[in-house]
Write a protein that binds this ligand. Structure first.
Ligand code: PMP
Ligand code: GLN
Length: 415
């Protein structure tokens, strides 16, 4: 194998998705909804499949994004990013947010360029940055004492600044954050924007959970801060927005000078993403834009439907965990819950000569012996920061009531 992948290990998704299936476990691991997809979205897809004569829906489409989709996204993001997003030049449609992230690193990093990453960070960032020749520089967001909510993950701006060198080129910001559900405050984002300006950085803003924000909280998109649109590649995902992760379509939005290198890679790698899915997502967004423009926010899936459905599921899982002594950090956004299993006892406590971290041992044991699949969050920290961050599990609560009932039954054994 090439040097690029020689040291690569199976990702947590490869290992724990297979383990959940092998154990036939109740699956609160990998983040995907197991309840029905929104009917309006599948109805649109059905309608598309019923029209073979509509050749533009079934053949190759425009390489950088299906015209109807980039037009809809430009309309929506011109509002949310509070700037004029040009559909022709400022949007690139990719196969999932994963690819938009990878293009951003490949398109902007030279060998040895440093990238500031706030941890815990989505596990694909570090390998992607390294494959692109970059060097990830991690800064940990620490939990304050007796944490209750994801607000209790805090970072120190001075610490970030102390790690900035003349090689630092980029900051990756995942807001809302996976796995913690942390939603960054205006104050925190303004502090980061100051550093970005001062040190002339590019920002990759992974905002795939931008619509999964619970009532009483405000999503502030990084590109809306003064001077930041010019420096930010904003990344989104239709799989997240419309709860259809299998539709696997994402995008990068940025001024054309920032997007061009990503397009240069795309034209020779994928050239164009899947047309009927882009057409369906375009129609989903058009429907949403119509409702939002008409002031019918209570009927909007993105503004109301999604978070009200999720809030109830979040509260259910928070209760199940609390009753079992699995101390939850209540998320302000997203569909994951971090919970501390420090008070649990079991054979997983015994390292027995293995170099595996405690949360990996706990998660494997919970899956194999108790048939409950979860994710070990130490995977969201770089090697030097894993220690001390291995007494949590990440649970996904975007699940049917029956799935959460079954999880509750398993957790009751720990009372
Ligand atoms: N970023 C974050 C923070 C995620 O949780 C995910 C997982 N879906 C992705 C990016 C990738 O999204 P997609 O499925 O659209 O590739
Ligand atoms: N982003 C989702 C999660 O965090 C799915 C990950 C994946 O399938 N690779 O669980």
């Amino acid at each position: 194998p090439s040097e690029l992948v020689r040291d690569s290990k199976p990702s947590i998704w490869v290992e724990f998705t297979a383990l959940a299936a092998e154990c036939n476990a109740v699956n609160l691991g990998q983040g995907f909804p197991d309840n029905p997809a929104p009917k309006f979205a599948t109805d649109i897809l059905k309608e598309i499949s019923l029209h073979p004569e509509q050749t533009p829906w079934h053949q190759y489409t425009r390489g950088f994004g299906h015209p109807r989709l980039v037009n809809a996204l430009a309309k929506l993001y011109s509002k949310t990013l509070q700037t004029q997003v040009n559909p022709q030049t400022d949007i690139l449609i990719t196969v999932g947010a994963y690819l938009a992230l990878y293009y951003s690193f490949l398109g902007w990093l030279n060998k040895g360029d440093e990238v500031i990453v706030l941890e815990p960070a989505y596990d694909s960032y570090l390998p992607q940055i390294k494959m692109a020749g970059g060097i990830p520089i991690s800064v940990v967001m620490e939990l304050s004492k007796n944490p209750k909510t994801s607000e209790d993950y805090k970072f120190d701006l001075n610490k970030i600044e102390s790690k900035i060198t003349n090689k630092t080129k980029m900051l990756v910001l995942n807001n809302p954050n996976n796995p913690t559900g942390k939603l960054f405050t205006r104050n925190e984002l303004e502090g980061l924007a100051e550093l970005v300006k001062k040190h002339d950085l590019i920002v990759v803003a992974d905002e795939v959970y931008e619509w999964h924000v619970y009532p009483g909280h405000e999503m502030i998109r990084f590109a809306t801060l003064p001077g930041m649109y010019e420096r930010t590649i904003t990344i989104g995902s239709a799989g997240k927005a419309f709860s259809v992760t299998g539709w696997k379509t994402g995008w990068a939005i940025a001024p054309s000078h920032l997007l061009q290198p990503l397009k240069n890679i795309h034209q020779n790698c994928i050239f164009t993403s899947i047309t009927p899915i882009q057409e369906a997502i375009a129609q989903c967004f058009e429907k949403e834009i119509e409702l939002i423009d008409a002031g019918k926010t209570s009927e909007s899936y993105l503004l109301t439907g999604l978070s009200s459905q999720l809030e109830r599921l979040r509260d259910r899982l928070v209760k199940s965990c609390s009753e079992a002594g699995l101390k939850p950090i209540v998320p302000q956004a997203g569909y994951f819950l971090m919970a501390d299993f420090d008070s649990f006892d079991g054979p997983f406590k015994d390292a027995a000569g293995s170099s595996d971290l405690l949360d990996f041992r706990f998660v494997r044991w919970l899956c194999r012996e108790k048939k409950l699949a979860t994710i070990p969050p130490s995977a969201f920290y770089s090697d030097e920061n894993k220690k001390g961050h291995d007494h949590f599990v990440r649970l996904c609560f975007f699940k049917k009531d029956q799935t959460l009932d079954a999880a509750d039954e398993i957790l009751k054994q720990f009372k």
